[in-house]
Design a protein around this ligand. Sequence first.
Ligand SMILES: Cc1ncc(COP(=O)(O)O)c(C=O)c1O
Length: 390
Amino acid sequence: MKYNFDQINNRRNTNSLKWDIGEHEFPMWVADMDFQTAPAVTQAIQKRAESGIFGYNIVPDNWYDAITGWWEKRHQTHFQKEWLIFCTGVIPAITTAVQRLTNVGDNVVIQTPVYDIFFHSVENHGRHVLENALHYDEQTHEYSMDFEDLEEKLADPLTTMMILCNPQNPVGKIWTKEELVRIGNLCKKYHVTVVADEIHCDITEPGKSYVPFISVNEECRENCVTCISATKAFNIAGLQSSAVVIPDEMLRQKMERGLNSNEVAEPNCFAIDSVIAAFTQGEEWLEELREYISGNRKLVAEYLEKEIPEISLVKGDCTYLLWIDCSGVTKNADELCQFIRSKTGLYLTAGSQYRGVSKAFIRMNVACPKVQVEHSLGLFKDGIIGFMHQ
Ligand SMILES: Cc1ncc(COP(=O)(O)O)c(C=O)c1O
């Protein structure tokens, strides 16, 4: 490997959300990585910092080129430059879509368990979440979509939006083209706009790729707002940027107005250069990162099978977030997580936060050096044994 993902980076006392916790505690929760970003990204930021001038910024042509070039090459998907709008993050874009494309009292369909901030974007603005719970197969440890229930929820006349997480956090599914076609057809039939959050699309298992919702067919393309970003794959979430891709002219005009009114359409000094560097010079780094994360995923799978057989890893092909079925130990993973944190310091996320079929699950972030994963697995085992024998 050319890049050293084994390097330990001390993030304590750096105002890190993930690491600003008790001294004896060990975080495997928030979705950012303990790796340094690609060197090209750091260099771009250093170069910008050296100017010593941090005034207002514009979005230049090469930002559009970097994004369209990456999607063309990596995801075989063509975006026209004018479809793209800069935004300060995926969540500001989703919140704006809810505000601008739905009305107070409307329903927004969300497939659960899912990234919990989706619920805030909807409920904080007086809309209702209609949960289309993913089906969990206890034998295969895999989730799938419940299309019958989905159709029922989309058919409700007050349902005006669906937020799709593609690929899915936390269950780690890459949705197939067939599944996306069915969603596209149903949403078109019931006049429901699709917001596709594709922030996790670049971290997939080596050899596996995702299907952009926008690329599936014309019906999907004309009925969606797609949110993409370099921030997850390149660990630059603190630089706050995303791109909103909207082929349909009318939807785009509405979103453009909304993003500007919410004042989330202007970049900070580092947001542009970091994204350009990532998408034009970061490919080799990303390939190695994916291999490394895949190794961590396998390490956890093997450890659980051998050392804690009561616990099962849900089959996942994307993200660095592992979704772990603890039903062999408890039906209440909130209690389990609390116990593990207080007894061992290991800080995991309890699944109930993501709603749906999740009460007996936990989420573990393995985007960190292998020794940290090994250390956390030891703590996890001690915590589970302590919990079972209390
Ligand atoms: C599915 C999903 N969407 C959005 C975000 C956050 O996006 P942003 O930081 O760009 O608002 C996350 C962060 O974990 C996520 O998992």
